[in-house]
Design a protein around this ligand. Structure first.
Ligand code: URA
Ligand code: ZN
Length: 362
């Protein structure tokens, strides 16, 4: 039987936690004197920072930064291998002059965590994007030599101007050349105005359930429209949350391209690779969509050999009265089971076999 592999699972390693504890602006970690019983809070989204908001940050405990908690969680939920990644917002906010050193420290920290749990933990590295393309390429090359590193995690902002920015080209080139998988993950959501005046009444639901997946969809569509996969045909990207809404909207995006006079006159509709082709040869999708219809769309779009189970641990822990099994994990695993019915080989592939093959685990 193939091992169960979690490809979407985060950690804030000690080097990153010290950085967050030393900060006063988002992102930061601290306790609030006006609400000490809330314990230490993690504030990573600008919308979470409003002092009057009960949605200010989220409680943060050892499950976010202690490696033993990751292993305990894996054991409890029968996960054999995890490919851990730094959680958002990575180093996007870091001063230009400090980012390269911070990335090295964090990546070395995570490598040491993996080495202490050899065979159970691998990692996606962090890039010093605010330091510019040259520093990023240097870290990509350094990561290639780390024993447990299997790719990189990035947000949607790239070097500051998104993933369709030509300044990203040396980075795509280095990732393609070194065959490192890019895990594309959202953080910024949509502009706050979209959520309306009563957004805080709805906790984190609008930014997390909708802002995150739409952000991913827009970022990858911009990359596709700019020709990233035409120029780097072997580049491989794993999209968080089953591709946001890309599997569902790929047909509409293709249709809009086909009907766009501006693109046609600019000669951009000829000889391009379709989104369907890119979905089946450059894109992998995690299975973090919590229900069968979304997962089926992902499988239909990219293929059962390109979808991989994930949990998004340590986010979405059980609420106070729910016991200690993580409903978020169970829901994703059950969706995989339901999507494949009696096709046990396909279920095993998504639960871990695909990740072992694609990420050369074990
Ligand atoms: N919330 C986050 O900020 N990040 C995740 O990965 C999941 C939920
Ligand atoms: Zn995540």
């Amino acid at each position: 039987m193939a091992p169960v592999v979690d490809v979407h699972t985060h950690i804030y390693p000690p080097a990153y936690v010290s950085l967050l504890r030393s900060r006063k602006d988002v992102p930061y970690m601290r306790t609030f004197p006006d609400n000490p019983s809330a314990g230490e809070r993690l504030v990573i989204l600008p919308s979470e920072d409003a002092a009057t908001s009960t949605a200010r940050g989220r409680p943060i405990g050892p499950e976010y930064y202690e490696e033993e908690e990751k292993i305990k969680f894996m054991d409890k939920h029968h996960i054999d291998i995890s490919v851990i990644s730094l959680a958002n917002p990575w180093l996007d906010w870091c001063d230009k002059g400090e980012a390269a050193e911070a990335a090295r420290m964090i990546n070395d920290d995570v490598e040491a965590v993996c080495a202490r749990h050899a065979g159970r933990l691998y990692a996606f590295g962090t890039l010093p994007l605010s330091a510019g393309a040259e520093a990023v390429v240097e870290e990509i090359k350094r990561l290639q030599a780390l024993k447990y590193s299997r790719g990189v995690i990035i947000g949607t902002s790239g070097l500051g101007a998104g993933l369709d920015d030509p300044a990203m080209n040396p980075i795509w080139n280095a990732l393609q050349e070194t065959k490192q998988l890019v895990f594309l993950h959202p953080h910024y959501g949509l502009p706050a105005s979209v959520y309306g005046d009563r957004a805080n009444d709805y906790g984190h639901v609008l930014p997390l359930a909708l802002g995150f997946p739409l952000e991913t969809t827009i970022a990858i569509t911009r990359a596709i429209l700019s020709g990233v996969f035409d120029h780097y045909p072997n580049l491989e990207i794993l999209l968080a949350h089953s591709g946001g809404t890309l599997p569902f909207l790929a047909g509409r995006i293709e249709s809009c391209i086909a009907h766009d006079g501006h693109l046609k006159h600019a000669g951009k509709t000829e000889g391009r690779r379709s989104i369907w082709e890119i979905l089946k040869s450059n894109i992998y999708l995690d299975a973090v969509v919590y229900a069968e219809p979304g997962l089926k769309a992902a499988i239909e779009a990219s293929g059962m050999d390109r979808c991989m189970f994930g949990t998004d641990h340590p986010f979405f822990p059980p609420l106070e009265d729910e016991g200690d099994e993580w409903v978020s994990v169970k829901t994703n695993a059950e969706a995989v089971g339901k999507a494949f019915g009696t096709d046990e080989a396909a279920r095993e592939a998504v639960m871990g076999g695909n990740a072992v093959r694609v990420l050369r685990l074990g």
